[in-house]
Design a protein around this ligand. Structure first.
Ligand code: EPZ
Length: 421
């Protein structure tokens, strides 16, 4: 457990560098299992979810080293084909190992990832795709067992929903299948393209990643690859939201503005000026934001569900009423009960949140409910008058690298104390 103690109502200004994308590094680290040999992954963020993934790689027999933001994974020898429950529980998105272990060893056993704070997180689309590639899939007593007799075979797979994880698992498994796999209604997130780039560096033949149809021509074997992970667009947008609701002016470096396209329109509608210059992005906020009429979270290139909470937090202070519709996850509003403690006026009805902007928020003692909700509470604390304490049980460290250091550099008055301090 840790606490972030914030003295609010200080305008954020200055510059910050954005770290590598968690949701790109995780599948790439998992995919290093099929890229047999030495894999060198640069711009790998220092996050607890990355640590959990490294623990799994080591459990499977890989030698893993980290030097600053470079992680090397030697996957020459794999000695296990299962992920024990305790490691699965550390990070539910470990399901991303499924396709990699299956295609490398021909068999994989892992405990069903189960739900998390934001929803049930089923994996039916993953399993349906893996089955279509020719694997035998057994799912019982909380375990998922997949087995192949020889190589997987290429096929056509249409996803019922453009699931990010399912697209990744199928792409990884199909990379060494016998024949061509065509995935239609694939997820188009930038992290999918980044994973395909990594696999292609290992000898895969993947075309169309980033579009709805991805074509994977299976090859016999992949080799170790060197790759630099793309910047984290969710982290970048979170810090823009923090600057926006404090009337701030920040420059973010090491971003890919095109990845933020769906979000920049919302910042501009709220009255912010956003200037793009190569891999730098500058946001200048007005003294008070305007409301944003409607935000509907959608698969990329729509508005990202992961930015819903940070942006909702900034809109609590806007002039006018904003409407948010969360279409991706079924319980991604847990943070709102905590935002109300700051004096925010928000009503939630199912997937819809109606935010009536207020002129100011007052500091509060709150508890972080999940990763992005936790950042939303920090953002509210930065804008609120007075002192805020955000208690967090490790959620925020999963996705934000030392947020208190980044925000302090931007003139925020924020201190972090850890339980064992
Ligand atoms: C990835 O999760 C991200 N996580 C999530 O980020 C992100 O919110 C999500 O994509 C959507 O962009 C990682 O990349 C590690 P999905 P994933 O499969 O792959 C349903 C964060 O905060 N679904 O696209 O699990 C599912 O229930 C995290 O960094 C099925 O029904 O997302 C959800 O409603 C949170 N069956 C929707 O699809 C399946 O088999 C989107 O899920 C798979 C998914």
């Amino acid at each position: 457990m840790c606490k972030y103690v914030i003295e609010g109502a200080h305008r954020l200004y200055g510059s910050a560098e954005i770290h590598g994308a968690k949701n790109s590094a995780l599948p790439i680290l998992a995919a290093s299992i099929v890229c047999k040999g030495m894999n060198v992954i640069h711009n790998c963020p220092e996050l607890s979810d990355i640590d959990a993934t490294v623990n799994i790689l080591r459990h499977l027999g890989c030698t893993v080293r980290r030097e600053n933001d470079t992680v090397t994974v030697d996957s020459s020898v794999i000695t296990q084909n299962g992920i024990p429950d305790d490691l699965m529980r550390e990070m539910r998105s470990s399901v991303i190992f499924l396709g990699a272990i299956l295609s490398r060893t021909g068999e994989v056993t892992l405990s069903t990832p189960g739900g998390c704070e934001i929803g049930l997180r089923p994996i039916d689309i993953h399993l349906d795709g893996i089955e279509k590639l020719g694997a035998e899939v057994l799912s019982e007593y909380g375990l998922v067992k997949c087995r192949t007799n020889g190589r997987l075979h290429g096929t056509k797979i249409n996803l019922s929903f453009p699931s990010v994880g399912a697209t990744e698992n199928i792409m990884i498994a199909a990379a060494t299948a016998d024949g061509v796999t065509v995935i239609t209604n694939a997820a188009r997130e930038p992290e999918i393209s980044d994973l395909a780039d990594f696999l292609n560096r290992g000898g895969a033949r993947i075309a169309g990643a980033g579009e709805s149809t991805i074509v994977i021509e299976g090859v016999r074997e992949l080799t170790g690859a060197e790759h630099t992970v793309i910047p984290d667009r969710i982290v970048a947008a979170s810090y823009l939201a923090a600057a926006a609701c404090t009337g701030g002016s920040v420059e973010l470096s090491n971003v890919i503005p095109a990845h933020l396209e769906p979000v920049l329109n919302v910042f501009e509608e709220s009255g912010c000026r956003v200037d793009v210059n190569g891999r730098k992005l500058v946001l200048n906020a007005p003294n008070r934001l305007k409301n944003v009429k409607m935000i509907r979270t959608m698969p990329y290139p729509g508005f990202p569900t992961d930015i819903q909470a940070p942006v909702a937090s900034m809109l609590t202070l806007a002039r006018g009423t904003s409407l948010i519709v969360e279409t991706i996850f079924e319980s991604r509003y847990k943070y709102i009960g905590e935002l109300v403690r700051f004096g925010a006026k928000i009503n939630v009805d199912g997937r819809m949140a109606v935010i009536e902007g207020v002129p100011s928020l007052h500091g509060a003692s709150v508890v972080s409910p999940d990763l992005r909700g936790g950042m939303a509470l920090i953002i509210a604390g930065l804008a609120a008058e007075g002192t805020t304490v955000v208690e967090d049980d490790g959620h925020i460290d999963r996705g934000y690298e030392f947020p208190e250091r980044v925000l302090s550099k931007l003139n925020a008055k924020i201190k972090r104390t850890d339980q064992d301090d």
